[in-house]
Design a protein around this ligand. Sequence first.
Ligand code: MG
Length: 249
Amino acid sequence: MIIIKSDKEIKKMRKAGKIVAGTLDLLEKNIRAGVRTDYLDRIADDYIRSKGGKPSFLGYQGFPKSICTSINEVVVHGIPDSTKLREGDIIGIDVGVILGGYQADAAKTFTVGDNIPPETLRLIHTTERALYAGIDRCRKGNFLGDVSHAIQTVVEDDGFSVVIQFVGHGIGRNMHEEPQIPNYGPPGRGPRLEKGMVFALEPMVNQGTYEVEVGEDGWTVRTKDRKLSAHFEHTVAVSDEDPLILTMP
Ligand code: MG
């Protein structure tokens, strides 16, 4: 069952979403070669708590840190550690916040330094465009499959691969609620969207094969061919009019 949120609940999620957006902005300003991912984790955790929120990921099914930092061939769920960012890396950062009992979740892929190959920038831009194509389908009366299909179309038209093993999700009081939202599939299928549904859309896009594998730590998801992967995510509410992006600044 997809839980419908009242306007009041969506306002609460929007407050959590502002903290998520503020965290990603702060992290962007601190991304440079030589910075350790556990430093990024620490400043994110401090910022979230300074705003009265709690990091959703810390302790979630045993996850040991407050954000996910996924470098280069890491698709999602990378664990912050003593790894230093290097010139030319890309890093996907995923941030979740709980405030007043409600969650918001977003992710963005950043570049380290200015020396990024055009093909890498294209992967990142396509992933972000795919997210926005999905967001634009989050309108009442559409089918959930329309959202998935819009994401897949942007990705595959640009010659990249959609990860199928991990998907977007409903979100509210819990970080993961129904429905699952694959980043692929036919249009015109699945539940009809209604006002008050809130989704975390999150295309994970690979330069090479769609296949991924989970590392020995039980978390870190890598591309099987070790080519690059990008990840963008927003928490989005279906309204009477345009979709509401709750994780905007
Ligand atoms: Mg998510």
